[in-house]
Design a protein. Structure first.
Lengths: 427, 318
């Protein structure tokens, strides 16, 4: 209770000082002292009170937009119906999820089923807020290594992703045809293509290099594919990937605004015809499909040397967990709902309808029968690497250093290696 | 309270009946005073005292995500402060905070004063125009920063299209994506937001200066600049003090505009102590370090408040 109140206090960065006004009389101070216990009593934060019915489970996720909202909702409801429970689902904005979870954790009102972004899972699991899947009866076999390592903390699985995604290279088919350029497969080809496609108000390439974890996420495929490792970021391999991105901006083949663009902004630039190629993920596909006259295709992101290197994609997607609410019966019910939610048919239809790839390789074939155009992403996801696989709960510090390096290099403040060395001080 | 009652009781016991009434009335009045004071004191303690104390304490704790679930926040001593002050980002953020505050205050105050002086004259539509000046104040900051971000975009922004269209520049100016320009741009937007506040308060102050002073001054040959220098400015000084103190305190903690426009980038060029504190607390979830930065910010604010109150008191004494 006390800590929940405190969370609001600690976060406010700087506030106006108490206005030093008239001196307070001693009597007033004494009165205040006598009233303090009352104040403490009143200060008790109101409890949200978990649902009372034993057959109702509370669910928290961040799917506020369609089609995700309805697709996930239908899958959850179908799973709940099989177990014979009803769900009370709340969807909050993605950037406020962790704050909500912290509030609920400190006031003992965690939901029975909780969705988390996969790089956050280990940090939350480390706090003892989640129940391991072996104790609540959720099957954990058959997932890709990336999904398994993202969901595992201290040797036990705490969360699993039904469907996953990653990023790849989207390109404007007509623009490439006009310029006589083939989709690039190497870094050199990417530079050439970006140069050839830059014309008038259109840039060759758009990517997201902003100062958030999104910037880190878009740098990772270049970082990993070239053999760099997050345990030591200031290496020539990592610098080469950074110099590639910074080079396209320095040459004028990508806008300097990439420093401020989110991935959604990048998609807007692509849709508006101000970029011929973009780095982005399959969650943009539903919107791209609605654009009249846009002809696009997707290929894997280029690697430096295709003979010796394979593209390594960062694993994206949300994991589902069972919080430790203390109510053992409900935790087991939640486990049964998740087991149904993660069943084969449920996974394939969620993946097909949300333009994401099933987290279990065995299901990729039936998935591609329904969405053959997702083959590029399906291939990437098989070997996708989880951001927290090596560093676990320590990942956020390195992620911050990586986007700092991206910002330093892309803005031309430093070369790739200098940027990474400077950024490493932030770890 | 106990001491006062004890002191009053013997008087009640020994005093003859006629003398009782003033004592009772005295006591009643004291009770009424307490009743009136109680809610205010309670409110202050609850909503100002408690959070500030909690924030100070948090700055000395290893307060992380785990704390919310386990309730354990181990004592960290000065670790958080050492870590924060020692980080390379702190110097950048501190310098940016100083530049941002000085730049914003100077711009807001000068332009606000000019607007206030301008609207002292009455002319057709002056009332209408004066209310238009308030507009930036009425727009939610997040909406304002979203619109500004759109206006200032390098390629498609309205400002650059005008500049390129009129041939003033060849290519779009990277207002928000250049490390050397971004801070200036953010300051300009903050000045735009701050003008109404300065103009309104200073305009109020100007209304309080009696016209007779100007008439008397005019007889002595003090008009225009001399009138401003010797009548307006001295008479306006207490209001100026208030505007500047509030301005500094408001500007030090500006967060939403910077987050909305640049998120502290590019390459930390617009990172201030406020955004650093926010990021430590809500992006990396190190609440202890976030609280440490925000405590440093509070101390800076308090120093400013103290300095200006002192100046103000001396001015009043004179």
């Amino acid at each position: 209770m006390q800590h929940r109140c405190a969370s609001t206090a600690g976060g406010t960065p700087g506030r106006a000082p108490a206005w030093p006004g008239r001196p307070v009389s001693r009597r007033a101070v004494t009165t205040a002292g006598l009233l303090a216990p009352l104040a403490a009593l009143l200060a008790g934060c109101g409890s949200e009170g978990p649902g009372t019915s034993p057959r109702t489970l509370r669910v928290l996720d961040t799917y506020t937009n369609d089609p995700d909202r309805t697709v996930i909702g239908a899958a959850l409801d179908a799973a709940a119906a099989k177990v014979g429970v009803t769900l009370e689902r709340v969807s909050v904005a993605g950037d406020s999820l962790i704050q909500r979870v912290l509030q609920q954790g400190s006031s003992g009102t965690l939901p029975d089923i909780l969705m988390l972004d996969n790089p956050d899972l280990q940090q939350i699991a480390a706090t003892t807020a989640l129940r391991p899947f072996d104790e609540v009866g959720v099957p954990t076999d058959g997932y890709t290594d990336g999904v398994a390592s993202a969901g595992t903390y201290d040797g036990r699985v705490y969360g699993l992703a039904p469907t996953v995604n990653t990023i790849a290279l989207f390109y404007d088919v007509r623009a490439l045809d006009e310029a006589g350029v083939a989709p690039p497969t190497t870094w050199a080809e990417l530079r050439e293509a970006a140069s050839a496609l830059t014309r008038g108000s259109r840039y060759g390439l758009a990517f997201c290099g902003n100062s958030t974890y999104e910037g880190t996420w878009q740098y990772l495929p270049f970082f990993w594919s070239n053999g760099a490792d997050e345990r030591d970021i200031a290496t020539p391999e990592a610098a080469a990937g950074l110099d590639l991105l910074a080079g396209t901006v320095a040459d004028g083949h990508a806008s300097t605004s990439v420093l401020n663009w989110s991935q959604a902004d990048v998609k807007d630039q692509f849709v508006a015809g101000r970029a011929a190629m973009m780095v982005n993920g399959p969650w943009q596909i539903p919107e791209l499909e609605t654009i009249e006259g846009l002809e696009y295709d997707v290929v894997t992101l280029p690697v430096r040397d295709p003979v010796t290197q394979r593209p390594v994609a960062p694993l994206g997607g949300e994991v589902w967990t069972v919080p430790a609410t203390g109510d053992r019966a409900k935790e087991r019910l939640a486990g049964r709902v998740l087991a149904e939610f993660l069943s084969d048919e449920s996974l394939v239809s969620m993946a097909a309808e949300r333009s994401t790839v099933p987290g279990r390789p065995a299901l990729i074939e039936p998935f591609l029968e329904r969405r053959p155009e997702m083959a590029a992403f399906a291939d990437l996801v098989r070997g996708a690497r989880a951001r927290t696989a090596e560093l676990g709960a320590e990942w956020p510090a390195t992620a911050t250093a990586l986007y700092t390096a991206v910002q330093l290099a892309v803005s031309g403040q430093a070369t790739g290696l200098d940027a990474l060395e400077e950024a490493q001080e932030y770890v | 309270m106990t001491t006062t009652i004890r002191a009053a009781s013997p008087a009640l016991a020994t005093a003859p009946p006629p003398a009782r009434r003033p004592g009772a009335r005295h006591r009643n009045r004291r009770l009424v005073t307490l009743l009136f004071l109680g809610p205010a004191v309670l409110y202050l303690l609850l909503f100002y005292g408690y959070p500030v104390v909690q924030n100070v304490v948090m700055g000395f704790q290893h307060y992380t995500i785990s704390t919310f679930f386990t309730g354990e926040a181990p004592w960290a001593g000065l670790d958080n402060y050492r870590e924060v002050v020692g980080s390379p980002l702190f110097r950048t953020a501190l310098l940016n905070t100083v530049l941002f505050t000085i730049g914003s205050i100077a711009g807001q105050f000068v332009l606000g004063l000019a607007v206030a002086l301008f609207f002292r004259r009455r002319f057709p539509l002056s009332g209408f125009l004066r209310s238009l000046i308030l507009l930036p104040w009425l727009i939610p900051l997040i909406a304002a920063s979203a619109v500004w971000k759109w206006i200032l975009d390098t390629e498609s922004g309205a400002l650059n299209r005008v500049l390129v269209g009129t041939g003033l520049v060849d290519t779009g100016v990277p207002w928000l994506s250049s490390t050397s320009l971004a801070l200036v741009t953010v300051i300009v937007v903050n000045v735009w937001i701050g003008i109404p506040f300065n103009a309104v308060i200073l305009h109020g102050g100007l209304q309080g200066i009696p016209d007779e002073l100007y008439e008397a001054g005019a007889l002595d040959g003090a008009t225009r600049w001399r009138a401003f220098r010797h009548i307006t400015w001295p008479m306006l000084r207490p209001v100026v003090t208030v505007v500047l103190v509030l301005g500094v305190v408001y500007t030090l903690k500006v967060l939403d505009i910077i987050l909305g426009l640049t998120g502290g980038g590019p390459a930390n060029a617009t990172q201030t102590l406020a955004t650093q504190s926010y990021q430590l607390s809500f992006a990396t979830f190190d609440f202890g370090q976030g609280a440490a930065v925000s405590n440093i910010l509070i101390v800076i604010s308090l120093i400013f408040a103290a300095v200006y109150l002192r100046l103000n008191r001396r001015a009043v004494d004179e």
